[in-house]
Design a protein around this ligand. Structure first.
Ligand SMILES: [Zn+2]
Length: 236
């Protein structure tokens, strides 16, 4: 029957429209993924920079501590060698104090070295993050452009498919069959009408009763698969 051929044509167009819609739906996923990666990098960059700032403040503080120790040592050494203090006990006490300061000074110097090393490493890793961010940014722009182009292509294909659909519908006058087709297609999420050329329904892969095959071959009435309800068309 001619209306079955039209319905089959309609179904193919509907399947194509579904495919385009699926493509459209998944289109932003790539760009969204890159944006998420960039967000993570930006977080790392922010944390790295904040940590670097903290280290610089710590470094400055320890440098001040160091110069404080140095001037204290210098002052006590002046006292020690200045000749004003003659008491042996007092001089020994002064030597002890200087030795303590020297020890503290050494500790601060070690700490300063470690801090400088740490801050250099941090600086390097923040720079690396920045480079990766730049790369990602360029990649994101490229993907966005690709996405926009593909979206336009999909739009064009959908427009032409919808035009074809309207044209086919204008030729179709069996509203009841059309309604049944629409409901079935929604229900089956794909093919509502299937072409049969053996005793097996291509929709559900189950055997069809012989009377169904017989009527199908007569090709005169609408026959639904007794199992899956799909509209059956006999195709030699
Ligand atoms: Zn079936």
């Amino acid at each position: 029957m001619e209306k079955f051929d039209i319905l089959l044509e309609l179904q193919q167009i509907d399947i194509n429209i579904d495919e385009e819609e699926k493509k459209k739906k998944f289109l932003p996923l790539k760009v969204e993924g890159i944006a998420r990666e960039m967000e993570e990098l930006q977080n790392n960059q922010r944390n790295g920079r904040a940590h670097y700032k903290e280290l610089q403040i710590k470094l400055k503080k320890r440098e001040l501590d160091l110069s404080d120790k140095c001037s204290k040592i210098k002052k006590h050494q002046e006292d020690l060698y200045g000749g004003k203090i003659t008491d042996i006990k007092e001089l020994r006490q002064l030597q002890k104090v200087i030795a303590n300061y020297e020890k503290e000074k050494e500790n601060i110097e070690d700490e300063l070295l470690n801090l400088m090393e740490e801050s250099e490493e941090l600086n390097k890793s923040v720079k690396k993050i920045e480079e990766r961010l730049h790369e990602k940014e360029a990649y994101l722009l490229k993907c966005q452009k690709d996405m926009e182009r593909t979206a336009l292509e999909i739009e064009e294909i959908m427009n032409s498919l919808n035009l074809k659909r309207e044209k086919i519908l204008s030729k179709f006058n069996d509203n009841r069959l059309l309604k049944a087709y629409e409901v079935l297609r929604k229900e089956k999420n794909g093919k509502a009408i299937v072409e049969v050329n053996s005793s097996i329904c291509p929709g559900c892969y189950l055997d069809l009763p012989s009377d169904v095959i017989y009527h199908l071959k007569q090709n005169q009435t609408i026959i639904a698969c007794p199992n899956c309800n799909r509209i059956l068309i006999w195709k030699e």
